[in-house]
Ligand binder design. Structure first.
Ligand code: LMR
Length: 329
């Protein structure tokens, strides 16, 4: 082969591979642990739709719900290793990365999701999205789920005394551990995907979660009583790998940011309705009793959990707790 032919063959081969590279979409994996019919499940689907519409042929967004790809124990690690590009753990699951985020777990801090939203959108909430950059995590937004309700395999669940000595599954959060210890109960950290079986077999007696999670994971089938305690919040931070995010072409990052904003609005608009729908479904199923609490009952729960605030005040920072409190109506 002449030199000219050899060079031109090489040039053709090279331009083919450049074209193939330019055309092959960036694969973006979004992994989460809940069912599709939940606020987070719907938010992830919306993100895929918008991202693929804004970047046709440039991105291939693959959503993996229900711990199919990674469960609680592995998803943050997988994100840092580059095995997944987006995850949205509950805010309770970040305390290894920043102590400040524990503010969201303080019991009875926020009156409702509207207050949580005001805090997240304020200066302090926004700063928390960047608080884990040194650990390789970039927060892109907050997604709501809802307020937590407590459930057990006992008939009575109105007062703090009713949970004394019971075993509770908790998320991997030191604040939640302290919360159940303050109640005289025995907390056990456990991945979300293991909770149904643990409740069914009596490894634990109870748990705390939102109506949408209690319904979609069928916890109501293996619990006797669910009390509407509204004692805390389960919300999410959508996070990505900071290095990967910065390495994206500018136009791609811009479009993904827009897709994330639209997905955030979508999930947050749905959250209240999905929880209310699932509360009704649980009531209609007639398997677990829904226990309504009086103002007096709620005051008793609040008082029992109060010591938790003092315990974490120096880690979280008094100012941050005060800023969060101000977001209540
Ligand atoms: C849990 O682990 O109980 C929940 O936070 C799971 C989730 O992502 O909603």
């Amino acid at each position: 082969m002449s030199l000219v032919k050899l060079v031109s063959t090489a040039v053709v081969a090279l331009s083919f591979s450049v074209a193939a590279w330019a055309q092959s979409p960036i694969v973006i994996k979004f992994s989460h642990v809940v069912a599709e019919a939940t606020p987070k499940g719907q938010g992830a689907i919306k993100f895929k739709e918008v991202a693929e519409k804004l970047l046709p042929g440039k991105v291939d967004v693959q959503v993996f719900p229900s711990s199919q790809l990674f469960g609680d124990a592995k998803e943050l690690e997988a994100l840092l290793l580059g095995d997944v590009q987006f995850i949205a753990p509950s805010l309770s699951k970040f305390d290894r990365y920043t102590k400040k985020i524990q503010v969201f777990d303080l019991p009875f801090l926020f009156d409702d999701i509207a207050a949580v939203d005001r805090f997240q959108q304020g200066k302090d909430g926004k700063a928390l999205l960047d608080a884990m950059q040194s650990k390789g995590l970039q927060g892109l937004g907050y997604w709501h789920n809802g307020m937590k309700q407590m459930s057990t395999n006992r008939d009575k669940l109105t007062r703090p005394d009713d949970v004394k000595g019971l075993k509770f599954r908790i998320q991997a959060s030191d604040v939640l551990e302290a919360q159940f210890r303050a109640l005289g109960a025995n907390p056990q950290k456990m991945a979300f995907s293991e909770v149904y079986q643990a409740l069914q077999t009596g490894v634990v007696d109870g748990q705390e979660n939102t109506w949408s999670n209690i319904y979609s994971q069928k916890f109501f089938e293996v619990q006797k009583t669910i009390a509407n305690t509204n004692h805390g919040v389960i919300d999410y931070m959508v996070v990505t790998n900071g290095k990967w995010w910065k390495s994206l072409p500018e136009d791609v990052r811009k479009a993904l940011t827009q897709a994330m904003d639209e997905a955030t609005q979508h999930a947050n608009k749905l959250a209240d309705d999905l929880n209310e729908r699932d509360r009704k479904r649980i009531a209609d199923a007639g398997k677990a009793k829904i226990q309504t609490l009086s103002k007096d009952d709620v005051a008793a729960w609040r008082k029992s959990m109060e010591p938790v605030w003092k315990k974490f005040e120096s880690d979280i920072g008094k100012d941050l707790i005060e800023a969060a409190l101000k977001s209540n109506g």
